[in-house]
Design a protein around this ligand. Structure first.
Ligand code: PFF
Length: 467
């Protein structure tokens, strides 16, 4: 059985460490920063509902597929697909899908690091007491000032990228466990405290209604964004969970573990939304504010409660750590691949990849200031332009990378992995890895991987095209 193999990059000491690492990867800016602002932009309940459905019917099967592919092959994603495809008598070209995924991970990291940098910046600002007693509009102006300064953003982007690269250079297995063991539970406690605060705002039910009232007319608009975000949030579709699966001990149950990680991640997203929106409404902020939502609503809350300054510092430290543990998982697949394929040392590979991501990330930094007017894919009354300076519509650089990765590449990567596990690897290999005892549950899992998830992804794409 191929699960006896070990990866050349090391392995987690136990299933528990895999759970920590996978949760560390999944729970990050996606849950705390991106989910709430997307719920705001796409109008609340309909988005949340589609998101939850996509997590359960598509995200979890893809996550299972990735983990079992990784653990069976014990190699980086591209090499894993190649090895398993050849083993099963199929074309080695399957590895191209994983390769595209690994590139996508690096593109995500380029902007992820910029936003991770915002949280680092806010640790200092909070600690300095910049938000003590502020009014809601002042927080908005403060955030506007932060992102208007390209030097400031570049500094924090650089620091964040360096912090992530250091762990990867040392090797994920050695670097991650100790910090996550303490930080993940603490993050959870902080979220609950914030929720407690939002209960006192007098606008809690408004937040609940916003998140869960279903408006069918908004369903179609949020369909592809919600599916894309389900992938983003679970860290699937690019090979991150696959490489973590490659370090998973044999004989530990995959299915229970993965369902647990997915539940935890979803729970943190919902918690973040429930904590944030009541504050947004109480402060009279705009829920469809966009990427700044968390960075204007939470400082307002922290600025206006007892011990808020301290709690704010702790909170943004935890957000930065959650982001950092996700960033690591974005870098690891390509690093592992290059270590396997070349003779270059892990440290150098990490340095050059992190540098490249950092460089691309400057485009995101500038999207919020000096390149704010640079718009791509402009579609106005005068027709379609690939690029136009100063157009009223279109996407900025950050928007393009986000759109391309979350809406297109993550679902396509997920499709590739789930079809691979469901159809290429063969039923026995899947059964062997999943070790699900109940025949019914195994049949259900295979059904989800073979039919529900792939068809679901294609249906969402089709619905978007014909909308
Ligand atoms: N899941 C992470 C988050 O929600 O913040 C982001 C992420 C990590 C996306 C790893 C994709 C990935 F492969």
């Amino acid at each position: 059985m191929s699960t006896d193999k070990v990866s050349v990059h090391g392995g987690w000491a136990s299933r528990w460490v895999f759970i920590l690492a996978a949760t560390g990867s999944a729970v990050g800016l996606g849950s705390i920063w991106k989910f709430p602002y997307m719920v705001g932009v796409y109008g609340g309940g309909a988005f949340v509902l589609v998101f939850l459905a996509c997590i359960a019917l598509i995200g979890v099967p893809v996550m299972l597929a990735e983990t079992l592919i990784g653990r069976r092959a014990r190699q980086s994603p591209a090499n894993a697909l190649k090895a398993l495809a050849l083993e099963a008598g199929h074309s080695g070209k399957w590895s191209w899908g994983a390769f595209a995924g690994m590139i996508t991970a690096l593109l995500i990291l380029s902007f992820y690091s910029v936003v991770g940098g915002w949280s680092l910046d806010y640790i200092i600002d909070m600690g300095r007491g910049d938000f003590q007693g502020v009014a809601a509009d002042q927080v908005g102006a403060y955030f506007g000032g932060v992102i208007a300064d390209p030097w400031r953003l570049t500094l924090w982007h650089t620091i964040f990228m360096l912090l992530s690269a250091v762990v990867i250079a040392k090797g994920v297995v050695a670097g991650l466990e100790r910090s996550l063991r303490i930080m993940m539970p603490l993050l959870f406690v902080m979220m609950v405290i914030l929720l407690g605060y939002s209960l006192t705002t007098g606008h809690f039910m408004e937040g609940v209604h916003f998140m869960f009232d279903f408006h069918p007319d908004k369903l179609l608009d949020g369909l592809l964004p919600a599916m894309g975000h389900a992938f983003f949030s679970l860290s699937v579709g690019v090979g991150s969970i696959m490489i973590y699966g490659a370090y998973m001990p044999k004989n530990s149950s995959i299915s229970g573990t993965i369902v647990g990680v997915a539940l935890l991640d979803t729970f943190v997203s919902l918690l973040a939304g429930l904590a944030l929106f009541p504050i947004v409404f109480a402060a009279g902020l705009n829920p469809s504010e966009g990427p700044g939502l968390m960075f204007v609503s939470l400082p307002f809350a922290f600025g206006n409660v007892a011990f808020g300054q301290l709690m704010g510092v702790v909170f943004f430290i935890l957000v930065a750590i959650a982001a950092w543990s996700s960033a690591i998982s974005l870098l690891e697949p390509m690093v592992a691949y290059l270590v396997e394929r070349t003779k270059i040392r892990r440290g150098w590979v990490t340095f050059w990849l992190a540098f490249t991501c950092w460089f691309v990330g400057l485009g995101t930094v500038f999207s919020f200031n000096i390149w704010q007017q640079a718009k791509f894919f402009v579609n106005d009354g005068a027709g379609f332009h690939l690029y136009q300076w100063g157009a009223a519509s279109g996407l900025d650089f950050f928007g393009v990378i986000d759109f391309f990765t979350s809406r297109i590449m993550l679902p396509l990567g997920g499709l590739c992995f789930v079809v691979f596990a469901g159809w290429v690897m063969g039923r026995d290999a899947v059964r062997d890895e999943l070790s699900i005892r109940s025949p019914f549950l195994f049949a259900l899992t295979l059904f989800l991987m073979r039919y529900v998830a792939p068809i679901g992804i294609l249906v969402v794409f089709a619905a978007q095209l014909w909308k």
